[in-house]
Design a protein around this ligand. Structure first.
Ligand code: USQ
Length: 382
């Protein structure tokens, strides 16, 4: 399959590109290095410097033998997306090309409008390009479990059958996000659903939970192939942050009561889920929604897991409760369905002590690069 990965430089983009090319697909990547430039602007660098896309593609071809063409450009510009579609002629698109961080979207007015414009403009351009160049293209779009929020009823997989005054209809499951970033993902879903109805596009929306991890099957050959590992408050996800904090002897920053519960997954499973979605595509005129996570944990449970493994490795691994800079429920019901990807064949990689100790070892190898001042800067939702 010819697969075009939008946002190919990111935490998921590059590992997905290697994974799909190693499975025999023809893969190309596009990126404008937005994530890198936002990190530089905000002075929050990933733990390890990552080579640029051209360098990573050359390294991957030299060690694994698979070429990955690289396009550098801004997908908000029609000329960019048009040129890439004409040259590569994709059969499937994996759309990761978004500003991915909730705290960044809540930083100030500029970061908010950048998030809105970037995320919606790129999604709209993808839709228009697919319609113009090949409406049979399967769009696999990265959404988020955060679209649903934390309702007091069970979360279904994308849709809810509603009975009202004796009549029934299926609707998109009610969504109420907890940040502007998450709200742009709701808007993406609405845009895609609209164009699925009017233009009969073929779309999978993957509602992913927070991801952790660094290693995949493909990047163990050379550390230069590993993805960004952000541990700062803006771009780092919670478990990756806790691992670095434990190694840096920085008390783990549990926000508020720590009862916030989410559906988590290993980065290896992100790649498996995207591949399974691609090889089992929906029909034209279908918006398929899959909840993409493997286990639910509260923030307290995550901190305790990191603490127990890190202590066995000789770290103090203290946990501290800090005032929650976000506006979110800290003690809530959470029971989301997630059978769709298991039915497609997903074999989950669970959060074991071994997975955690490997992450801790990686962080320890790069301990001198950890900058404690970027761990907590209190980006408040209010
Ligand atoms: N949290 C802490 N301490 C920290 C950092 C986070 O207690 O130091 C808490 C947060 O308040 C939140 C939970 O941990 O309740 C998860 O936070 P996170 O930063 O790992 O995840 P989030 O901001 O929700 O966003 C991440 C990704 C985003 C993805 C989302 C999936 O950055 O791209 O869409 O996870 S989900 O959370 O299911 O919406």
């Amino acid at each position: 399959m010819k697969i075009l990965i939008l946002g190919g430089d990111g935490y998921f983009g590059w590992p997905t590109a290697m994974h799909l090319s190693a499975q025999g697909h023809q893969v190309a990547v596009v990126d404008n290095y937005l994530r890198r430039s936002l990190c530089r602007e905000e002075n929050v660098e990933p733990l390890v410097e990552v080579p640029n896309l051209h360098q990573r593609a050359a390294l991957w071809e030299s060690v694994a033998g698979y070429p990955i063409p690289v396009f550098i450009g801004d997908l908000r510009q029609w000329e960019t997306i048009e040129a890439v579609f004409r040259q590569f002629e994709p059969e499937s698109i994996v759309h990761f090309a978004e500003q991915p961080a909730a705290p960044y979207s809540m930083l100030n007015r500029r970061s908010a409008t950048l998030t809105l414009r970037n995320n919606l403009d790129v999604t709209a351009n993808v839709i228009f390009a697919v319609k113009q160049f090949n409406p049979a293209i399967h769009i696999v779009k990265l959404g988020t479990m955060g679209e649903y929020g934390t309702p007091a009823i069970d979360i279904e997989e994308g849709w809810l059958e509603v009975e009202h005054k004796g009549r029934r209809q299926k609707f998109l499951y009610p969504r109420q996000a907890g940040s502007l970033y998450h709200t742009t993902k709701i808007m993406d879903t609405d845009l895609l659903w609209f164009y699925v109805r009017v233009w009969e596009l073929r779309v999978t929306d993957l509602m992913q939970g927070p991801v952790y991890g660094i290693f995949t099957q493909e990047n163990r050959i050379d550390e230069a192939l590993c993805p960004f590992l952000n541990y700062d408050e803006l771009f780092g996800t919670v478990l990756n942050r806790f691992v670095i904090q434990a190694v840096a002897d920085y008390p783990m920053t549990v926000y508020g009561k720590g009862g916030q519960t989410r559906g988590y997954l290993n980065i290896i499973d992100t790649l498996n889920c995207v591949r399974l979605a691609l090889v089992n595509s929906p029909a034209n005129g279908e918006l398929r929604i899959l909840n993409q996570f493997t286990e639910t944990f509260s923030v307290n449970q995550l901190a305790q897991k990191v603490q127990s493994v890190a202590r066995a490795m000789g770290y103090k691994a203290k946990i501290s409760s800090v005032e929650n800079p976000r506006k979110e429920a800290e003690d809530h019901y959470y029971n989301p369905a997630h059978t769709g990807l298991l039915d497609l064949g997903l074999k989950p990689q669970f959060l074991t002590g071994e997975v955690l100790s490997e992450m801790i070892e990686f962080a320890a190898r790069h301990k001198t690069a950890i900058r404690p001042e970027q761990i907590f800067r209190k980006v408040r939702w209010d």
